[in-house]
Design a protein around this ligand. Sequence first.
Ligand code: DX5
Ligand code: ZN
Length: 221
Amino acid sequence: MGNAVKKIMIAPSLLSADFSRLAEEVRDVERAGCDALHIDVMDGHFVPNLTIGPVVVSAIRKVTKLPLDVHLMIDNPPCYIADFRKAGADWITIHVEAEKNVRKTLREIRKLGAKAGLSLRPQTSVEELFPYLEDLDLILVMSVEPGFGGQSFMSDQMSKIVALRRPFKGLISVDGGIDPANVSQAIDAGADVVVAGSAIFGKPDRAKVIQEFRGVAKKYC
Ligand code: DX5
Ligand code: ZN
């Protein structure tokens, strides 16, 4: 990885937060030094779970200055991207499996002033992303099957990060089952952003977990 110290961004996934105290949870991880907030949007069709819509994103927007990294696990994303942008999303990621006109949708996201991201399920080949690299600011590599927090990390997905690292100049984010014990695999492969839900919100001292993540990142620079 050369001599330069690579700064890894840590993005807690709010799915594992205590939703009855959402504003406090957001402020807590912001104070703990995270770099972005990952927000999982699920529609009950693309994945078998229902979560957050634009109303909740705009409520979160009011209590934090952190970039809001909105991960759309929904069918028909073009219908909703303007609403999420209006609600305060800074990064908007769609799934390559969810949309026929991927390029047009990514360009639309950029036109709205957000970073455009593309994600893929574990069974989807990384080659599916290659036609869109120029239209992307962010790639989100899933290391669990999308739908739920708290699943086990799939280390075989790290080869996708390796394959993308050279041709792709933007941010590579990794999402699912990540904790301080396995994050080195993602960093070693070339990830820039680490999304972690249960590993951060499942512990009372979030600053300590974030420091643990950063401690691992340092060793890999
Ligand atoms: C899964 C979501 C993830 C998930 C991460 O569909 O995209 O962001 O909430 O949670 P953990 O870190 O618990 O796997
Ligand atoms: Zn996610």
